[in-house]
Every structure is written in structure tokens, then in C-alpha cells.
Design a protein around this ligand. Sequence first.
Ligand SMILES: Nc1ncnc2c1ncn2[C@@H]1O[C@H](COP(=O)(O)OP(=O)(O)OP(=O)(O)O)[C@@H](O)[C@H]1O
Length: 229
Amino acid sequence: MSATQQTGPVLRAHAVSRTFSTPAGDVHAVSDVSLEVGRGELVVLRGTSGSGKSTLLHLLGGIDEPTSGHVEVDGERLDSLDTAGWLRLRTTGIGYVLQSFGLVPVLSAAENVEIPLRLLRTEPRERDARVREVLSTVGLERHAHQRPYELSGGQQQRVGIARAIVARPSILLADEPTGQLDSATAATVMDLLHDLVHQEGVAAVVSTHDPVLAARADRVITLHDGRVS
Ligand SMILES: Nc1ncnc2c1ncn2[C@@H]1O[C@H](COP(=O)(O)OP(=O)(O)OP(=O)(O)O)[C@@H](O)[C@H]1O
């Protein structure tokens, strides 16, 4: 089913749990979490360090598998996808924004942003037009040819966000995307995420420790010892 045909929540987690077996015993990182996120909705995940935010984001994005429960993206269960379905989801279904930006240092801003479109073998003219469009959306049209080291932290994260949305994903996941930024820059990046989510109609889940940033969300979910509190 295509993203545009989907009318219900884009992202659904059904009673997901993730337990890690360690030499010191089982760690219940996420316990029985259910949530639904709709198109154009920005949900912030809050919680103290170790409360399970990263683990839950990994489960929502299919980077890790739940010990029990399941996740649906655009109505499809992640645990039922075949290889082709999985590739489609990883290239066009989910965009990730990383705390450390994750940019390729030898590539320009535009070349970093176009990576997902190259993987999708998008035709060059269409690719260039979309890259220009998203760089403009994140306010970096005049920095397209600069390498990451020539950009500020906030600008680098804007490149990371542009790369995450360039293939028009249904879902945007961001783990502490402002964790390496000063508070003023963090606020502008969070505002950008908020505007993008509404503009692009993407369902977003963003983790942050910062209550000021959380206030910009449409909805806040707080985790405590792996459970929604
Ligand atoms: N691969 C793993 N093996 C064992 N334990 C893990 C693993 N990953 C996470 N944990 C544990 O699961 C719990 C939740 O960790 P998680 O990283 O999800 O928390 P968090 O809320 O994202 O923390 P932070 O805000 O510090 O990033 C912690 O007790 C952590 O030590």
C-alpha cells in the first residue's frame, strides 16, 4: 500500500517490549509500549538517561526487533516484510536523523543529501531538483557545495534533516537530534523539524532530554524504566 493511500496512523507500536540478556541479568529496556503516530504529527519522547528512548526508536525503525509485540509502518508489520519490502522501507519509508549528524565528510552538503536518491536510482534531473528543494526548505540553498567541516553544527544537522526527508519518507525518527547543539541552535532545529513534519506530512518521533524543546511537540510521551508513564 502506498503512503498516500494510508488513512490511519502511519506508525503503530503494539505492546512492544525489548529485553536484553546481560551477564548481570535481564534488562527490560522497553516494556509493553503501545503508540500510534499520524501523518503530520510530531511526537517527542522524553525520559531520563536509560529510560529506553533509543531502544524504542530502534524498534520503531526496524533497526532492532522487539522481544514481544510488533510495529506497523503504513499498515505493514515490520516482522512480516520480505527482503524487497524491507529495502523499500529502509530507502523510502523511514528517515533517520542522528545526534552526531552522520554526514560523509568528503561529500558536499548537496552530495550528502542526494545519497538516498542515488540508492533509489532517481533520474539525475529529478534528483537535482529534489535536492535543491529540500536544501532550500532547511535554509541551506547557498551552502549546497560546502563540505560538513565548513558548516556549523546547526547547519550540519540541517543537512542531516534534509537527507532524512529527501526521499519523502512516511516516518521520521530522530534520536537526540539537538544533543550536540547549543540551546539557541537546538531551538531553531526543533522548530525546523516541527514545520517540516507538518509541511511534508510525515509522522515523526523525536527523543530529547530538553523540556523546552519538548514543548514544541504536538504530543509528548514520557518513558520511565522502559514504560510509558
Ligand atoms: N545492547 C544492549 N545490551 C544491553 N543493555 C542495553 C542495550 N541497549 C540498551 N541497553 C539498556 O537498556 C536501557 C535503556 O537504554 P536506552 O539507550 O534505550 O536509554 P535512553 O533513554 O535512550 O538513554 P540516553 O538518554 O542516555 O540515551 C538501559 O538500561 C541500557 O543500559
